[in-house]
Design a protein around this ligand. Structure first.
Ligand code: GAR
Length: 233
């Protein structure tokens, strides 16, 4: 499936360029949200953050959105009887803002079929591990405890499972002997801030194609000798 066929990105007024409206779902600090906003504002991705929804009223991500005059909403999942009604409320807000792509950025809820059906193959997530290793919570701690030598992050399409949808992009970082969950998280987060905006740009440009579980990127350069070995022996 070529997503450019169904991605309804429109030309930005006066530019003739495709322009994608992104809705970002958050629960916490929002550093990935910040990186997406910064790339949009810098014009390096033909997209804009149309709205931010948080399930936590005290999420710092909301302050980041307000600093950029981005409409934001708080929907506390505890005020809804079930996952479906919570998701239906999110869909209403996302539609009000004409959102075309939904980006989960540190959003700590699993989405239900209500969201998946409203935005088919148009929901992305970033996860701080090289999936399919270490899905679920505290992936960085799982990586440190398991003793892996290489960790990283993944941007993937969201499906009905936990961190299980088709993988679009991954970045790898080394894990050092004295790493803690915190030091590894910081190293991974730096890569998250690079690959998430890049994937959103590729999506907005219609360069992402999905064939079963495999995601293909048009015009991607395949580096021949850029590999990470750790420890370098
Ligand atoms: C990021 O590391 C993101 O990958 C992770 O939460 C952090 C949010 O940081 N997401 C998950 O663990 C989802 N399973 P941020 O709020 O600063 O963007």
């Amino acid at each position: 499936m070529n997503l450019s066929d169904q991605s309804p990105a429109k030309a930005a007024p006066g530019t003739g360029k495709r322009f994608l409206k992104v809705g970002v779902l958050v629960s916490g600090n929002g550093s990935n949200l910040q990186s997406i906003i910064d790339h949009c504002e810098a014009g390096s991705i033909p997209a804009g953050v149309a709205c931010v929804i948080s399930n936590k009223a005290d999420a710092f991500a909301l302050e980041r959105a307000r600093n950029h005059s981005i409409p934001c909403a708080v929907l506390d999942h505890k005020n809804f009887p079930d996952r479906e009604s919570f998701d239906a409320a999110m869909v209403r807000i996302l539609r009000e803002h004409s959102v075309q792509l939904v980006a989960l950025a540190g959003f700590n809820r699993i989405v239900s079929p209500v969201m998946l059906e409203a935005f088919p193959m148009a929901i992305l997530n970033i996860h701080p591990a090289l999936l399919p290793a270490f899905p679920g919570n505290r992936a960085q701690r799982q990586a440190v405890e398991h003793g892996v030598k290489i960790a990283g992050c993944t941007v993937h399409f969201v499906d009905s499972g936990t961190d299980s949808g088709p993988i679009i992009s991954q970045a790898a970082v080394p894990v050092f002997g004295n790493d803690t969950e915190e030091t590894l998280s910081r190293r991974i987060l730096k890569e998250e801030h690079k690959i998430y905006p890049t994937v959103i740009r590729l999506y907005a440009e219609g360069k992402i194609r999905v064939e079963g579980r495999r995601v293909l990127i048009s015009q991607a350069q395949e580096p021949v000798d850029l590999f990470l070995e750790n420890p370098p022996l």
